[in-house]
Design a protein around this ligand. Sequence first.
Ligand SMILES: [Fe+2]
Length: 273
Amino acid sequence: MSEQPGNGGGPGRPGVVEASVASAAVGPAVALALQRLDLAQVEREYWEQDEFLFLPRLLDPPTVARLLEDVARLEPAHLNRNYIPRHKKGGSVSHFAIAEHGSALLELYRSPALRQLLSRLARAELHLCPDDDPHACALYFYTQPGDHMGYHYDTSYYKGARYTMLLGLLQDSSSRLLCRLHTRQPGRAPRDLAVATEPGGAVIFNGDKVYHAVSPSGAGERRVVFTMEFVTNQEMGRAKRALSNLKDAFAYFGMRALWPSHARPRRRSQPTA
Ligand SMILES: [Fe+2]
């Protein structure tokens, strides 16, 4: 599958060099894990659930351990916490920080094998989000009492559809990913799921179809999730770009998301849980 301009991160991007050298084991491990899937079965299940799929043990513990090394490096220095009454409370690390300090996470996001699987599921060619999107991939932390996310769709701000993959990294928590399927499917009653995103488990869905939330964390609990966004079209209109900038700054990554160190024309996506 070909990739669009602006995704590959060519020479001069420190994060890309780091990804290709320091975490070479992640890409092959991901490809191997995907080879073990029964593609026909998971594709059927994805569509039977109105474009939703849960793969409880997609990645093995050694691969998750490599990803958690990045989490341990990123959390102390790059976590931004937000509280929006009656909508969300929690911590986030942006794509920008991951690109510079999370080589294994970035390699997972950029895995061609992963994008090939998701494209098959979606029945459309999916692309990475542009490099200047702070939500292209991100870490979410539900690590303080009451951390949560209200119900929402991952509606695309891009000129096409947006697909989300959530990978569980830490689930020492009673907090769950709450998903409501079939909400926009005529003739089907909604179906509610409460998913424990255990380390290595993945959830894949069409952001316009799955209504989802995160239930509150309790005291002393920790839940960490890696979110990855894929789009059918990397273009975004100016008005939506401006709105997306503000949402990212106030609801997720702080004002630094507006002025990344490698500032360039900005194209963004809407938040995910
Ligand atoms: Fe979401």
